[in-house]
Write a protein that binds this ligand. Structure first.
Ligand code: HEC
Ligand code: HEC
Ligand code: HEC
Ligand code: HEC
Ligand code: HEC
Ligand code: HEC
Ligand code: HEC
Ligand code: HEC
Length: 433
């Protein structure tokens, strides 16, 4: 799977040309009406941040991103120029076409499309609008609305959620990861950058990473990480020692360029009630393996994936599929109303897959043993046997009986004498109790 990098001389030449012409234009535009000069007194923070950025250092000024075309719905006249307050991926694409293309085909770019989901009903209806604006949409993205007077609707902006729908119709916000106005790769490579969204009870990737040896090593050796290197010069194992989120999901290896589609290297989806493999999952897994083997031998990685697959299967087959089958039957027979979240069983089931069920699977994917066990399978088992099962029993005793009739659930009807004896002996031997 060796590939040649596609940063061809032509692209570099074109970039050089754009940079050159902007720098010239900027020189001609000194004085009162210059964006930088005036903003240096009106909003010095913005100018300072811009000055330390690659853009600032190359003389790519405010207008390269903020210029608006006539007819753009959020465009306004500002000191003799037509500008917009919201640069979008379309603006960045003038110079970063590859990144924009990859990003646009990713799940990240679709992140604002959650209208039909259970989570949306929870945020918008069960909780309420303002909670969804400052909660869900700050991670997923809003649909930015321009009011009749040209101002931006406060319910929809400020917002740099991942899949934001912009006034020009484009999707996504590059500032979700590259904060303005430094637009730095070093900041984007920090685990905390991803952790703004990838954290909490339903997708604790940051906490899992922090617990993993990778996270511990990253923090111990952060000074040797060369986080500010350019993309082609930030290769795991060659230019730095330990992986961050970006290393595994985005950054270059000797055989692969950087990708802005974070789905390119994952094989399972761990989000739904029952996990499934993605289309072309073998190819995606191969791309991730190519990252791992920069620092590990092949045997460790093959075995790791077996451990991970087995944990996902365990969750799927022992708990998720039987629970979902029961829920489907209760809806069919009318013993559960079709309104989500109006019955206790629906909350129990939701948390079973959406909270602890995800934690168990996600912990398994990225070496977070405490998330696999105590935040994961322990809670799954406890809620399955002592909340879900009793609640089902109340609605349909026969169905409850079926739910625990299979081999792996038989223990709950009583262990054999041998098993009980073993447990007693263990505690005697270990704690004298
Ligand atoms: C003579 C001073 C001056 C110049 C020149 C100037 N600005 Fe501004 N700009 C301001 C002030 C003051 C504000 C605060 C809001 C206002 O009064 O319009 C502002 C606001 C803005 C905003 C935010 C609008 C909002 O809704 O919050 C943007 C974006 C902006 N300027 C970009 C630019 C760009 C790009 C240029 C160069 C074409 C530029 N400015 C030139 C003074 C200036
Ligand atoms: C590389 C592109 C880029 C350059 C160069 C740039 N900006 Fe921005 N600017 C952005 C992006 C992206 C946003 C975020 C808008 C959003 O998505 O909400 C932004 C937002 C803003 C805002 C409004 C948000 C706020 O925090 O109030 C102002 C004002 C602004 N820029 C001024 C400037 C000025 C002044 C300069 C030049 C010194 C400049 N920008 C240079 C991309 C750029
Ligand atoms: C007029 C051309 C131009 C535009 C428009 C532009 N950039 Fe850049 N950008 C560059 C150049 C040139 C560099 C430095 C060389 C490189 O990394 O490609 C750069 C570098 C970067 C880097 C790497 C910084 C680092 O620390 O190495 C990021 C991230 C970035 N740009 C993001 C953006 C985003 C996001 C936008 C849109 C909001 C944008 N750029 C708009 C030309 C542009
Ligand atoms: C802290 C940021 C954050 C908040 C707040 C948040 N989400 Fe999410 N959401 C995420 C992340 C990150 C994922 C992807 C998790 C993964 O892949 O492991 C996600 C996944 C989802 C999914 C699954 C998408 C799919 O393709 O399967 C839906 C639907 C969803 N969220 C809707 C919502 C709604 C509605 C709200 C508000 C009630 C909300 N989220 C609040 C960050 C957030
Ligand atoms: C999920 C977070 C994330 C988002 C969203 C994101 N980037 Fe990046 N970007 C990164 C990371 C991480 C790197 C550094 C990759 C590496 O390790 O070399 C990077 C690198 C870059 C670079 C410089 C390196 C290169 O690939 O040549 C540019 C330019 C860039 N991004 C532009 C963009 C643009 C434009 C957008 C919006 C379409 C965008 N990024 C959206 C995380 C992100
Ligand atoms: C050592 C490499 C590595 C590091 C570091 C890493 N991941 Fe992962 N990540 C993986 C692997 C492997 C998977 C599972 C891929 C599969 O299913 O084939 C995964 C899966 C995921 C998923 C998919 C979950 C879903 O819903 O399907 C998300 C989201 C994710 N990681 C985010 C992160 C974030 C955020 C960080 C940093 C806080 C991070 N990862 C750090 C290797 C890594
Ligand atoms: C602003 C919030 C936000 C940030 C920052 C963010 N993500 Fe995400 N990410 C999301 C959301 C929301 C989803 C789920 C999108 C969906 O399916 O609707 C997601 C999904 C993913 C997925 C699953 C992709 C797939 O195809 O199924 C991976 C992997 C991932 N993110 C990795 C990362 C990494 C690595 C970073 C940091 C470099 C990062 N994310 C930064 C919000 C974010
Ligand atoms: C940049 C180097 C690097 C990359 C890339 C990397 N790892 Fe690691 N990983 C390490 C180091 C170093 C350790 C700690 C080794 C030790 O002392 O146990 C480690 C530890 C581990 C462990 C725990 C081993 C143990 O004995 O406890 C597993 C499992 C693991 N990595 C799997 C992976 C997988 C899977 C990938 C790819 C998705 C990956 N690693 C990518 C460097 C890396």
């Amino acid at each position: 799977m060796k590939k040649i990098f596609v940063t061809t001389p032509l692209v570099l030449f074109l970039k050089g040309f754009v940079v050159f012409s902007y720098a010239v234009a900027q020189q001609e535009q000194k004085g009162e009406n210059n964006c930088v000069a005036c903003h240096a007194t009106n909003s010095p923070g913005i100018v300072k941040q811009w000055q330390v950025s690659k853009h600032g250092q190359l003389g790519l000024d405010c207008l390269v991103c903020h210029t608006a075309a006539k007819g753009e719905i959020d465009a306004f006249e500002h000191h003799g120029k037509l500008i917009s307050a919201i640069p979008t991926p379309n603006d960045c694409a003038q110079c970063h076409e590859k990144e924009v293309k990859e990003f646009s085909k990713s799940h990240h770019a679709q992140a604002a499309q959650f209208i039909g989901s259970l989570d949306n009903l929870l945020g918008e209806v069960v909780e309420g609008g303002p909670s969804a604006n400052l909660g869900c949409r700050q991670c997923h993205g809003s649909e930015v609305k321009v009011l009749k007077d040209g101002k931006l609707d406060h319910a929809t902006w400020p917002n740099t959620g991942m899949g934001r729908i912009n006034p020009d119709g484009s999707k996504g916000s590059c500032a979700a990861c590259h904060y303005r106005h430094t637009f730095s790769v070093a900041q984007a490579r920090q685990p905390e950058n991803c952790g703004k969204c990838h954290m909490g009870p339903d997708h604790p990737q940051l906490e899992i990473y922090n617990e993993s040896k990778h996270g511990v090593l990253f923090r111990s050796f952060i000074g040797a990480m060369n986080l500010e290197n350019e993309a082609e010069k930030w290769i795991a194992g060659r230019d730095y020692l330990f992986p961050t989120c970006a290393s595994c999901h985005m950054s270059a290896t000797p055989n692969q360029p950087v990708t802005h589609d974070v789905g390119d290297r994952i094989s399972w989806t761990l989000r739904p009630a029952i996990s499934t493999k993605l289309e072309n999952w073998q190819k995606r897994r191969e791309s991730m393996r190519d990252v791992c083997v920069q620092c590990h031998g092949p045997a460790q990685i093959v075995n790791f994936y077996q451990q991970y697959d087995e944990a996902v299967h365990l969750y799927n087959e022992k708990f998720a599929r039987p629970a979902k089958t029961v829920m489907d039957k209760l809806y069919e027979s009318g013993k559960l109303s079709r309104t989500p979240f109006d019955e206790k069983l629906e909350w129990i089931y939701y948390e079973l897959w959406h909270h602890e069920g995800r934690r168990a699977r996600m912990g398994a994917s990225m070496q977070g043993p405490d998330f696999v066990q105590w935040h994961g399978f322990y809670e799954v088992a406890k809620h399955f046997y002592f909340e879900f099962l009793p609640e089902v029993k109340e609605k349909d005793p026969k169905l409850a009986e079926q739910l625990i009739s299979t081999e792996e659930h038989r223990w709950i009807k009583g262990l054999g004498k041998e098993d009980i004896k073993k447990t007693v002996e263990f505690y005697k031997g270990r704690y004298k109790q």
